[in-house]
Write a protein that binds this ligand. Structure first.
Ligand SMILES: [Zn+2]
Length: 519
């Protein structure tokens, strides 16, 4: 384990509002930072908004706003949205803040002084949507692969970052540190890009065309290209170069992104860091798309997906608050993080998430908790009982509960959050099987008070550990679960450890945490 952990989301572009994709990314970052804290690591979580560039300027002009007004308005929407999903970043950075502009200009000047920025002329096919030039080869039937629009030919003088110089360095790095980009398929994708010559990156826009950006420190007539500006947020938010936060957290830097922005994060950013003399990030973690009928966030005409189902999926994709209303905030967090295999695309429907919710939360976890609490009320006077002799079946449950934190952590460390949650939920499922095996209701009829006490103590203890391990996904509900077991409202400071429930602690009379949802 590194000494510290620093997780970042992409900073969201202020030409749109939060949707399911950005909500998933930010929820996952929140859950990851909570996992790292639960396992004792000094951790920090950054998100924010990306506010410069052509698209923002164009959208503001269309609205009759100044770009700064648009940026203020939409950035505030993002900032206010995240707490509604239980998301608690430590910092929220805006690229229009002075603390950010200062660092962008410093890095530009450093790279310029080192000879890696030069002035040149460039003509090329430019997509306004992507804010970048395309080579003929990258286009699909002459159209932008992201937007499907025909790029315009633009010829102008600009500044260029000599990225080509770092091609072999980057290939070596991606080869020597195979897990620097995760999952593996995205590292292979980067190495495939790098089999072609890495072209220098145009990093300026003339003010004659665009003024909404950070002025180049060495030429007043130009602003900085939006990617060269935006990527730097990850270090400007730590007060690079001299900030205490930078020294403390940058060695643990992990970026979390969607696969649509693999290239800037996997090619430009490492080269920028290297040119500026900043150590490489630890990991680039890349997730897939939320698709509806096979298309990213939308437009589909796949016949099998019923029109009504597709409409509903689209509605929930565009309005994640409606999804939180449906599943509860914690239910939504769990289902998003559990359902998407990290790195793969997921074809999303309401039914998929409701099925997951009902199976895992209402049925498995909910039943285990309800039964345990209700039987402690019925057979043990409503307090945590004193366990008696341990038999094999009890020891099996205790062994599983003690092994669970290690299993969960291993998946967190290898960036398989869906499997981390699966390992935690497995413990709740074991409690149900254990209760079926031990049948405390029969033992009670037979007058075996010690057997009943042991069973219910073991079930409660295992559920308390499951609650700690699920808490990063469901911070409110799992604190409620812990309270139902007689624990206090403090979040657990460690992931596990058998024997923390004190016999005699009063438990709740009932715990209905996850009501079943109609399909
Ligand atoms: Zn495009």
């Amino acid at each position: 384990m590194a000494d510290t952990y620093y997780i970042t989301t992409p900073i969201y572009y202020v030409n749109g509002e939060p949707h399911l994709g950005s909500t998933y990314t930010t929820t996952l970052a929140d859950a990851l930072v909570r996992y790292h804290r639960l396992f004792g690591q000094d951790s920090r979580f950054l998100t924010g908004t990306d506010e410069h560039g052509d698209k923002v300027a164009a959208m503001a002009a269309a609205n009759g706003e100044r770009p700064a007004e648009l940026a203020d308005r939409v950035s505030a929407i993002f900032r206010a949205a995240w707490p509604r999903f239980g998301i608690a970043p430590d910092d929220f950075i805006r690229t229009t803040e002075e603390r950010h502009k200062r660092v962008v200009q410093k890095i530009l000047q450093d790279v310029y002084n080192a000879g890696d920025i030069y002035f040149g002329e460039y003509g090329g096919l430019y997509c306004v949507g992507c804010e970048r030039f395309y080579t003929e080869k990258e286009l699909v039937d002459g159209r932008c692969p992201q937007h499907g629009t025909v790029p315009a030919y633009i010829n102008e003088q600009n500044y260029f970052f000599r990225m080509s110089r770092y091609q072999s360095w980057l290939v070596d790095l991606l080869t020597a540190q195979p897990d620097v980009v995760r999952p593996e398929r995205y590292r292979r994708e980067l190495l495939a890009f790098l089999r072609e010559p890495l072209e220098d990156l145009c990093i300026s826009r003339p003010k004659s065309r665009l003024t909404w950006g950070i002025t180049l420190p060495f030429d007043e007539d130009y602003v900085t290209y939006v990617w060269f500006d935006a990527l730097i947020n990850y270090v400007s938010a730590l007060d690079y170069p001299d900030g205490e936060l930078f020294a403390r957290y940058w060695p643990g830097a992990e970026h979390l992104i969607g696969k649509d922005i693999l290239k800037p994060h996997g090619l430009y950013w490492p080269c920028m860091l290297h040119a500026a003399g900043i150590p490489m990030y630890r990991h680039l973690n890349v997730h897939g798309y939320w698709t509806i009928g096979g298309f990213k966030g939308g437009k589909s005409d796949r016949a099998e997906l019923r029109e009504q189902e597709r409409e509903e999926a689209l509605r929930l994709f565009r309005d994640p608050i409606a999804l939180a209303d449906l599943l509860g905030v914690d239910g939504m967090r769990y289902c998003l993080l559990r359902e998407m295999a990290f790195g793969s695309d997921l074809d999303f429907t309401r039914d998929l998430l409701v099925t997951r919710y009902n199976a895992d939360l209402a049925h498995d976890l909910g039943n285990a908790v309800n039964r345990t609490v209700a039987m402690i009320g019925r057979y043990c006077g409503g307090v945590i009982p004193d366990p008696g002799q341990e038999f094999d079946v009890d020891r099996d449950l205790r062994d599983a509960a003690c092994a669970a934190p290690g299993r969960v952590w291993a998946h967190v460390e290898t960036m398989e959050p869906h499997l981390a949650l699966d390992a935690a939920m497995d413990l709740a499922q074991r409690v149900n099987r254990y209760l079926e095996d031990k049948k405390p209701w029969t033992a009670s009829k037979n007058g075996d008070a010690e057997g009943v006490a042991t069973t219910l103590y073991y079930a409660a203890e295992a559920l308390g550990i499951a609650a700690s391990l699920l808490l990063p996904a469901m911070p409110t509900k799992m604190l409620e679960l812990r309270c139902a077991l007689g624990l206090d409202e403090q979040p657990p400071s460690a992931a596990g450890g058998w024997g923390y429930l004190e016999p005699g602690l009063p438990v709740a009379r009932e715990a209905r945490l996850f009501p079943t949802i109609e399909r």
